[in-house]
Structure formats: C-alpha cells, structure tokens
Design a protein around this ligand. Sequence first.
Ligand SMILES: [Zn+2]
Length: 164
Amino acid sequence: MNHGITPNEWERHLNGTLTTTEQERIDAHLIGCLPCWDFYQRMMTLNAKLQEAGEMKRDAFALSDERLRAGLLNVFTRIHNAETDEPATPLQTRLNELEAVMSVFCGEQAAVNAMQAAAAHSPAKSLKQITHENWEPFLQRLIAIAQVLCGRTGARWLLESGRL
Ligand SMILES: [Zn+2]
C-alpha cells in the first residue's frame, strides 16, 4: 500500500502543522481510504499515549519525546506503506505494532528476535500460530524479554501497545 502520504506528512498531520492545501488533500484521502483512516486513528491514540508517557520518568532512556515519536512514526509508516497484496489481519497488525514499538527502544533486529523467542517459549510456539486465546502468555513472555532488552520504559510501552 502506498497512498502518497509520506512519514513527514503524517507527522505534520498529527502535529497540526500541514499547509491548508496539504491538509485538504490528506483529509480527502483519509475520508475515502479505510486502511489510512485506521492507521490515522491508531497513530492518534499512540501519539496521545506518548504524550502521557512523556510525563513518566524515562529510566535508562535518553530518547526525547520528539525522537521517540519520530521513530515510531517512521516504523509505522513503513509497515503501513509496505507493498503487500493481502491486508494484514487485526492480530497481525498488533504484532507489527509491538515489533515497531520494540524496534524504537532496542533496534529492529533485537525486536524481531525477541518476538520470535517470546512466541517459541509461549503456548503459541511460533508467531504464525498466535491467536486471541494464546495472546496473553505470549505478551507476558515478550514483556519479560523486553525488560531486559529495552528497560522498564520500553517494557511499559509494549504493555500499553499489546493490550487486545
Ligand atoms: Zn490510503
């Protein structure tokens, strides 16, 4: 999916700093495009959570709010714009989001490895076999790994993003 909206435009849309012309073009697209509308809603929610989290103490993290937000937006936009024929299932979307949040805190490769390890050591056994029923033990496992890899703030973020 590539809908002609760049990460930078998404970010400025969330910040309310688009020009009137840009704003009109993107709003017109959002109204008619369900994937982008969903994406926009999720980003709004995450953005609000980020602002709340900004008030928490960021233990080991030197990431500023702006860098954190920019990092998340970048990863999410990449997922959103990924060329794929099949639309992601809601569960797949959640997994992508968890991976994206974790990537921001501890790097992409570590995030991928952690996701696989958490699945392998939970009742799901693999990422492909995760369902609503075995989601919770998988998430708990992932958070335990995240506390080691990403610190408390990263783990807390995962918990926020991982609630079904
Ligand atoms: Zn779209």
